[in-house]
Design a protein around this ligand. Structure first.
Ligand SMILES: [Zn+2]
Length: 136
């Protein structure tokens, strides 16, 4: 067992390993794979295999600088998306108690308590007043 461990460690020495881009590629690959297999769409399965292959290639790559650069670019793109996703989940979770509206003046997202009908809202950031209408 120890011998195998040493062998694996030797093999992994100097190799890049997993990072956030690796996780994203594997997760996207798995989702696409299951989706493609379920609806019997070969192109999706093929794309999924490419993504997973790319992820594995990056893990075992010895060009660590290049891989880190790829990950940095990925994070720069992903972080704003992640923020949007988090807000979307929050909106869904708080649907019964709050609505999220953008201030037309400064574009700040405001969290408003649910009260049906028209209402004048004052933005706490820029003090601008605007009308908000909650129908449902
Ligand atoms: Zn504002």
């Amino acid at each position: 067992m120890d011998k195998l461990k040493r062998k694996v460690m030797n093999f992994m020495r100097g190799r890049y390993g997993a990072d956030q881009l690796y996780n994203a590629l594997i997760i996207t690959g798995m989702v696409l794979y299951f989706l493609g297999a379920t609806i019997n769409f070969g192109v999706l399965v093929f794309m999924a295999q490419l993504l997973i292959f790319w992820a594995l290639f990056r893990v075992y790559s010895k060009k660590t600088y290049k891989r880190a650069e790829e990950n940095r670019k990925f994070l720069k793109w992903w972080q704003p998306q992640q923020k949007k996703l988090k807000l979307l989940f929050r909106r869904f979770k708080e649907m019964k108690v709050a609505r999220f509206r953008k201030c037309p003046n400064c574009k700040t997202t405001l969290r408003l308590p649910v009260k049906r009908g028209k209402k004048t809202v004052k933005c706490p950031t820029c003090q601008q007043k605007f009308e908000s209408r909650i129908i449902l």
